[in-house]
Design a protein. Structure first.
Length: 172
């Protein structure tokens, strides 16, 4: 993932724009070791919203998450890859917006599985997906597809000093 191509200060109280490095560094440091809850928001084919928790990790400057092929979120993404992913990080609330597409590249799957294992989830690659003895009920049954988020924009609202609110836009 590249650096933002633009930064917009959204703060109304005089705080400076936040650097993208602030949430990025927390994602690097805290996934997968810290218990973070990520929520992906998708749209059903009829346009109604859907939101669900996902197991997500930040690997090599990209956010990946897993979901079973039969889940509502996976079925929604198959029709419309546009989504947002929200998470409360140390010192900053973050919403990532972009497109999530399934990845089946063996090297990427192996890398993602290894990072999940470092965090305590015993994921292994099976064919073009991940499997493990267990997962969150919201993931559906194994095997689980791996999705890669192509980031279009992000909004961060600091919950600790230095405060501020910023939108970052990324190249498409």
């Amino acid at each position: 993932m590249s650096k933002p191509i633009s930064t917009q200060n959204l703060d109304r109280y005089g705080s400076a724009a936040l650097p993208w490095s602030r949430p990025r560094d927390v994602l690097v440091a805290d996934t997968p070791g810290v218990d973070l809850t990520f929520f992906v928001a998708t749209a059903r084919p009829d346009g109604r919203p859907h939101s669900a928790g996902v197991g997500a990790i930040w690997v090599d400057d990209v956010l990946y998450f897993v979901s079973g092929p039969g889940t509502r979120k996976s079925r929604n993404l198959a029709v419309n890859p546009a989504c947002s992913i929200s998470v409360r990080l140390r010192g900053i609330d973050l919403v990532l917006e972009g497109e999530a597409r399934r990845t089946t590249e063996p090297a990427v799957l192996e890398r993602v599985a290894s990072i999940y294992r470092q965090g305590g989830w015993p994921a292994t690659v099976q064919n073009d997906a991940l499997t493990a003895p267990y997962s969150a009920p919201s993931a559906g049954p194994a095997p689980w597809h791996v999705y890669r988020l192509t980031l279009h924009s992000a909004v961060g609202v600091a919950t600790a000093e230095p405060h501020g609110a910023t939108r970052w836009t990324f190249a498409r």
